[in-house]
Design a protein around this ligand. Structure first.
Ligand code: TMP
Ligand code: ASP
Length: 242
């Protein structure tokens, strides 16, 4: 497998082509942004942590039969992934009241929800990724009824697996964002894509409630690097070079 030209650079990752048209390389940067790029910074070795954390979570989900774009870890910052066409809908899964939902509904953060809430956001930077409803997704054709139904069912399965996994390492999975994509060259096949990492999740220590995720950067709480490292340490994923 040979690394070829850069195809796309996002806020936290870069995507490269390979000599196989169905496979890409996903490179994780240390760049951090928040509020749709308004706040910018870097978090030392975030790219390494997110690469290793995302790879491990994808592997766990793959093992229970969830189709994922992840193929294998290449090195500290790169993973081989299957090429997908990203569905332009971000799914946020909430187990605990926090973040934008707390703000929007005037609620205090921290209340456990009686059952998970699934929210959809339309992926459109120029519009600030607005919250949308199911009918927007269907009527505007961002996903088909079959795809959306599959995504909803799959998100609930993923949530059960991830809640248990994180609880086992003393972490409360408060909320997180998932993206899905259509596999290149395989009509009708949708897989979990992008990443699951401290950038895309709220992770609170189960006993102290300490935040171990990107909110430390968003809210200037300090200890950002340490929080990312702590998640990697508890997950047992460590860099090959450090
Ligand atoms: P929110 O409370 O700001 O809507 O975020 C909900 C979850 O989604 C939180 O765990 C962070 C994650 N998220 C992303 O991964 N990317 C984003 O662009 C946003 C807004 C949230
Ligand atoms: N990922 C988004 C941004 O880059 C928002 C966030 O994570 O807060 O701005």
């Amino acid at each position: 497998m040979e690394k070829r030209e850069q195809l796309y650079e996002g806020k936290a990752k870069v995507i490269f082509a390979t000599d196989n048209p169905d496979l890409l390389i996903q490179y994780f940067k240390d760049d951090a942004t928040a509020f749709n790029g308004v706040k910018k910074g870097t978090i030392t070795d975030k790219g390494v942590v997110n690469n290793l954390v995302a790879g491990k979570l994808m592997t766990i989900l793959d093992a229970v039969g969830i189709p994922v774009h992840f193929v294998r870890q290449l090195n500290d910052r790169e993973q081989l992934i299957r090429r997908v066409e990203i569905i332009p809908v971000e799914v946020v899964i909430r187990n605990v009241v926090a973040g934008s939902m707390a703000r929007r509904l005037g609620l205090d953060e921290g209340q456990q929800l009686p059952r998970p809430i699934l929210e959809f956001y339309y992926k459109a930077d120029a519009l600030d990724d607005p919250l949308v409803i199911r009918d927007h997704v269907l009527v505007f054709g961002w996903a088909t009824e079959d795809e959306l139904h599959w995504i909803e069912t799959t998100c609930r399965r993923i949530n059960d697996v991830l809640i248990a996994f994180f609880a086992n390492i003393g972490i409360r999975l408060v909320d997180y964002k998932l993206e899905f994509g259509r596999l290149h060259g395989e009509v009708g096949k949708v897989v979990l894509a992008d990443e699951i990492s401290p950038d895309t999740c709220r992770l609170w220590d189960l006993t102290t409630g300490e935040k171990l995720d990107k909110d430390r950067f968003r809210r200037d709480l300090g200890g950002v690097v340490e929080a990312y490292q702590e998640v990697a340490r508890r997950m047992g994923v460590t860099s090959k070079t450090s």
